[in-house]
Design a protein around this ligand. Structure first.
Ligand SMILES: [Zn+2]
Length: 339
């Protein structure tokens, strides 16, 4: 299908009933391939009338759990199982996914900072532009599967944003609980900032995004949670029959609704060196607590620099790599949401 609004083409017909697996062809004319394209896999499963739910993974290429869960979804989902339309792109920033990198190796861009993209821009801008202007107008619900990538690790978390539309915000909160992660974060991003979810908000689309794990791994338990969550969303929004698999049914506590809107939530590293953590993911910490220290391999006589948290709460994010630079986030502390 060609579209006057984008240079990206696909043989997929988004209006056709049944299951289609194909590619988005993003033009990429290079020294090695004059008329080449970057083919980004996409699956569309449609059965009659009903809502359209759009799943994306690999917006950051080094975040693997969502990519795996969505590749499996794309293969297993059959049109007869649903009512409505499911669009799945497991690795939206495919060049980054194949490089195992956060940003695209082709233009250096971070896809989740450049929405709504541009038609004539570099490859990452073109993909974001296609999503914004061709796919999103068809979409009712957008679910973006992230994780901490190679340099961060989350307790599996699902995030929603405040909306101008209070009815949609209430529905989003219900979806967040149905998603069924250990942590639910209620964010207050209101500026655009090039974020995918803000483009959805601007277009009146219900959007949530997961932070599934990270550390450059595919953790078995996290992946299982993600796969239940994907089906839970199909059930919650009425595309699929069946009961939502709650955290309790998975042997876990219910989703803990928290926030990280306090500017003190992120704990930054004060200097370059080797980081020794004093706490791990899931630790309940106090304001003023020493959370770790930075050692200086180039100067054994120098005392380590203690890194102190400024907020009481739960450590939901940690930086696994030992090497640190000044300005790296080493922890994020969440507080329970009030109200
Ligand atoms: Zn990400």
């Amino acid at each position: 299908m060609t579209s006057p609004v984008s240079r990206i083409r696909t043989a997929i017909d988004f209006e056709k009933n049944g299951k289609q697996i194909g590619d988005l062809h993003v033009p990429s004319s290079t020294n090695e391939s004059a008329y080449g394209v970057v083919p980004i896999p996409i699956a569309v499963v449609k059965n009659g009338k009903g809502p359209t739910i759009f799943f994306t993974g690999g917006v950051h290429g080094d975040e693997y759990e969502g990519q795996v869960a969505l590749m499996k979804l794309a293969r297993r989902l059959k049109a007869g199982q649903i009512q409505g339309r499911v669009i799945v792109i497991p690795a939206l920033n495919l060049p980054a996914a194949e490089a195992g990198a956060r940003c695209s190796p082709l233009d250096g861009l971070n896809m989740n900072r450049i929405f709504p993209g541009s038609k004539e821009g570099s490859i990452t801008l073109q993909i974001a532009h296609y999503v914004s202007n061709v796919i999103l107008p068809m979409v009712d619900v957008q679910i973006d599967m992230h994780s901490g990538g190679k340099t961060l690790e989350y307790i599996p978390t699902i995030i929603m944003n405040r909306s101008k539309d209070k009815k949609r915000e209430a529905r989003t909160r219900e979806a967040l609980m149905a998603f069924g992660m250990p942590i639910g974060l209620y964010d207050v991003k209101t500026d655009h900032g090039g974020l995918f979810e803000m483009e959805c908000e601007a277009r009146g689309i219900l959007a949530i995004n997961a932070e599934l794990g990270g550390a450059g791994r595919v953790d078995l338990n996290t992946l299982r949670m993600a796969e239940h969550a994907v089906d839970n969303m199909l059930k919650f929004f009425g595309l699929m029959k069946g009961k939502i698999v709650t955290p309790k049914m998975q042997g876990r506590a219910p989703t803990r609704l928290m926030e990280t809107n306090d500017p003190r939530a992120n704990v930054y590293c004060p200097d370059r060196g080797l980081f020794e953590p004093f706490v791990d993911l899931g630790a309940e910490v106090k304001a003023g607590q020493a959370l770790g220290q930075v050692h200086f391999p180039g100067n054994s006589a120098r005392e380590p620099w203690t890194v102190t948290g400024r907020l009481k709460g739960l450590v939901i994010l940690k930086r696994p790599p030992g090497r640190v630079e000044r300005g790296d986030v080493v922890f994020q502390i969440a507080t329970d949401k009030k109200g």
